[in-house]
Write a protein that binds this ligand. Structure first.
Ligand code: SF4
Length: 253
């Protein structure tokens, strides 16, 4: 079996898309292992303490840092047994490939999607959630209906050259299937978005969705108003976090 017939997966579940343009749509989530960033600041994975100016923490670190590498046939068998994978995709349920940073494994994603098309006659509706720092392959782009990007501001605690990769951002800005989710913790975050991304042509304002930084229902309610005011003022789309509203701090739902 070649290297590209395997993929590293951290978790999978069947739920509803909780954020962005397709919020509310039934979706199977395939969370791939590994990320090239560490939002919250490098070291946060060890003690949970925010560093380097971070005001929020990646809520899936503990999940994407671990994973299992599966051959495609055994992965599909497992997914079929647990969540009726192929049948649901055939019915139009979206396949949301997330992470971590799934594009770290993009050649494997292409191979997996080719595999399920050839072996199971299944070409699902694909959403990919990415931090927009890695250039997608054309062979992947042709299979993706929704690119859900989440470029990071300085409130992620990540160094600028790691989180802002101009050529990659411009590629996404020119792709009609892109929607950029921006996490807002305070009002000055919008100024940074304007200065570092919009003014430079790295993000098209029509593709932006502002979202409050919140991993608990209390935090979400406190920040919704701020984000709503910013969206009204700057004519941007807003979304809250449906999963936090319904399931609060549970993951894997
Ligand atoms: S890029 Fe996404 S998955 Fe990676 S650390 Fe940041 S929030 Fe978490």
């Amino acid at each position: 079996m070649s290297r590209n017939q395997k993929i590293a997966v951290s978790e999978y579940f069947y739920s509803l898309q909780g954020e962005g343009k397709t919020m509310g749509i039934p979706a199977i989530f395939l969370r791939l292992t590994g990320c090239n960033l560490m939002c919250g600041g490098y070291g946060v994975e060890k003690d949970g303490k925010l560093r380097d100016g971070a005001t929020w923490l990646c809520d899936t670190i503990k999940v994407w840092m671990k994973g299992t590498t599966y051959g495609f046939a055994s992965l599909v068998e497992l997914l079929n047994k647990d969540i009726d994978f192929i049948q649901r995709l055939q019915n139009g349920v979206h396949l949301v490939i997330t992470g971590g940073e799934p594009l770290l494994q993009q050649e494997r994603i292409v191979a997996f999607l080719e595999y399920i098309e050839q072996e199971h006659g299944c070409r699902p509706i694909i959403e990919i959630e990415t931090n927009a720092t890695i250039q997608p392959l054309d062979t992947l782009d042709v299979r993706v209906q929704y690119w859900n990007t989440s470029p990071k501001l300085s409130n992620s605690g990540m160094p600028k050259p790691e989180r802002i990769v101009p050529d990659v951002l411009k590629w996404f800005a020119q792709n009609p299937n892109t929607m950029s989710k921006i996490v807002i913790a305070e009002e000055s975050d919008y100024d940074e978005l304007e200065q570092d991304f919009i003014a430079k042509g790295y993000i098209d304002p029509k593709q932006i969705v502002l979202m409050p930084s919140a991993d608990s229902i209390e935090e979400l309610l406190a920040k919704n108003q701020l984000v709503a005011d910013l969206c009204i003022q700057h004519q941007l789309r807003m979304c809250t976090r449906m999963h936090v509203e319904i399931w609060n701090q549970l993951t894997g739902v």
